[in-house]
Ligand binder design. Structure first.
Ligand code: FES
Length: 169
């Protein structure tokens, strides 16, 4: 074997080894980075929480106050969260769940059974029984929790959605 082909083969081997180790290093780094940082970018899915259907009344009887307690995850951090909703049955197989969070600055609204309105104690915001603003500074209707009924069980989503007057939400 002549000297030149020996050098070429050695060069080829060197380049091959660099390429293989470089690829292994890049793949390992990407996997480690995803393991270390990935969870902080993961968006948590909404949870469905079963509530006591005995508490939920028919439309004529007003709202039941329901407290949702659940765990939240934000990246590596977990926390306990609470949300208050006003729930009532609108049909045999349908309920609505109005979030108690005022859309102005987030104070908790209360249901006034006599006047049939929601009142916010912070800046005197008022909402009707559908959560539509009647007076005060709130910029938007009260939000709603998604709801569903499965096998007679009432489930509320931890996710709230804006309410635009759609009676089925
Ligand atoms: S926080 Fe409810 S009116 Fe301001």
């Amino acid at each position: 074997m002549d000297k030149e082909s020996d050098i070429n083969r050695r060069k080829f081997m060197e380049v091959g080894i660099f390429a293989i180790t470089g690829t292994i290093a890049a793949v390992s780094t990407a996997a480690l980075a995803r393991f270390a940082v990935g969870p902080s970018f993961e968006k948590e899915q909404a949870k469905w929480i079963e509530i006591d259907s005995e508490d939920v009344q028919d439309e004529a009887d007003g709202f039941a106050r329901v407290v949702l307690e659940y765990e939240t995850k934000d990246g590596w951090l977990t926390d306990n969260a609470r949300a208050l909703a006003y729930v009532k049955r609108t049909k045999e197989n349908a309920v609505i769940a109005i979030s108690a969070g005022c859309t102005h600055l987030g104070c908790i609204v209360t249901w006034d059974e006599e006047q049939k309105i929601f009142k916010c104690p912070c800046h005197d915001g008022r909402y009707d029984a559908d959560g539509i603003v009647i007076s005060g500074p709130p910029p938007a209707p009260l939000k709603r929790h998604k709801t569903k009924i499965e096998d007679g069980k009432i489930l509320l989503s931890t996710e709230t959605i804006s309410y635009g007057g759609n009676k089925s939400v």
